[in-house]
Design a protein around this ligand. Structure first.
Ligand code: PBG
Length: 328
């Protein structure tokens, strides 16, 4: 081989020969502390209803949720993220900002039973509205500024119940700002906000919408969630969330957006979360159930990829599985 002088001096395989060497040379490691585990909470008692397209995930009542949160705490998982299934849906999603609503009760329950567990809450309207959109509908359109007021009330009631990290996901302009103002006005200056800053209009949310019963009843979310084709726009979304006061920013989904995660990591100094969403989870589970892929190495590889791309925090339905594997 003329012109290539590195070999035989350079032998990259030297660092791959044994487990100890591979361990020393490893650049990216997963740890349970950086994971957030999402849960779907509903009214009732003793409910643990399997979510068909998300094997291993359940809709749970408060008592069961508390046990699951305890399990997550024992596994060393960094936090939980709560989604609520209200008793009733209506045009303005009123249970979403009811101080006695399902998520507010869930926050109080976890804080009572597992005070050290970090509780993040999804702040959005689509689970609570009968039309399934993430905002107030006026004249057939999603009204940005009317929605801000309700999102701010939602976040405030979550924090008053004890939530540590409200996470607005409605993709309304100004939502982080509106929540920051509302929290400050009530003396919650110290409560951080995690903005779903770059949230794309993704087909990968399908299984979640089954779990949360939150599919839009007409139209789609493209007038508020981002076009999957746009990474420069994603940087503007993150910039604006930061300017509005976000303490942590997010890219969502993760797997098809690793370039966006990497770019966000390089440009911004805020902690960066990536949401490994329901459809990403379902694809792995389904293929594994068919025996077409091996779940554990594939999952580990995907999550390691998300972290290698630059995520500090990974929100994932795999959180407990990974934490268990890491214990072995
Ligand atoms: C609420 C919300 C959604 C997800 C997180 N928050 C659904 C959506 O925007 O349609 C999706 C999460 C997942 O797919 O795991 N707006």
């Amino acid at each position: 081989m003329t012109g290539y002088n590195a070999y035989p001096e350079t032998r990259l395989r030297r660092l791959r020969g044994t487990d100890p060497l591979r361990n020393l040379a490893r650049e990216t490691r997963l740890s349970p502390k950086e994971f957030i585990y999402p849960m779907f909470v509903m009214h009732g008692h003793g409910v643990r209803e399997p979510i068909e397209p998300m094997p291993g995930c359940h809709q749970v009542s408060l008592d069961v949720m508390s046990d699951e949160a305890g399990e997550a705490a024992e596994l060393g998982i960094g936090g939980v993220l709560l989604f609520g299934l209200p008793a009733e849906k209506d045009p303005l999603g009123t249970e979403g900002y009811d101080p006695e609503g399902i998520v507010q009760e869930a926050v109080r329950t976890i804080k009572r039973d597992h005070p050290d567990m970090l509780v993040s809450t999804d702040v959005c309207m689509c689970e609570y509205t009968d039309h399934g959109h993430c905002g107030v509908i006026d004249n057939g359109k999603i009204d940005n500024d009317q929605t801000l007021e309700l999102l701010a009330r939602t976040a405030l009631t979550h924090v008053q119940a004890g939530a540590d990290l409200p996470a607005p996901s409605a993709m309304m302009d100004g939502q982080v700002w509106a929540i920051r103002q509302a929290l400050n006005a009530e003396g919650y200056d110290d409560t951080p906000i995690m903005g779903y800053a770059a949230k794309f209009a993704s087909g990968f949310y399908g299984p979640f919408r089954v779990a949360a019963g939150s599919s839009p009843q007409f139209g789609d979310r493209k007038s508020y969630q981002m076009d999957p084709a746009n990474s420069r726009m994603a940087m503007r979304e993150i910039e604006s969330d930061i300017a509005e006061g976000a303490d942590i920013v997010m890219v969502k989904p993760a797997m098809a957006y690793m370039d966006v995660i990497r770019e966000a990591r390089e440009r911004f100094n805020h902690p960066l979360a990536a949401y490994n969403v329901s459809g990403e989870y379902s694809m792995v589970k389904a293929a594994a159930q068919q025996g077409w892929i091996d779940e554990r190495p594939v999952t580990t590889e995907l999550l390691t990829g998300i972290k290698r791309a630059g995520a500090d925090i990974i929100i994932s339905y795999f959180a407990k599985d990974v934490a268990r594997w890491l214990q072995e």
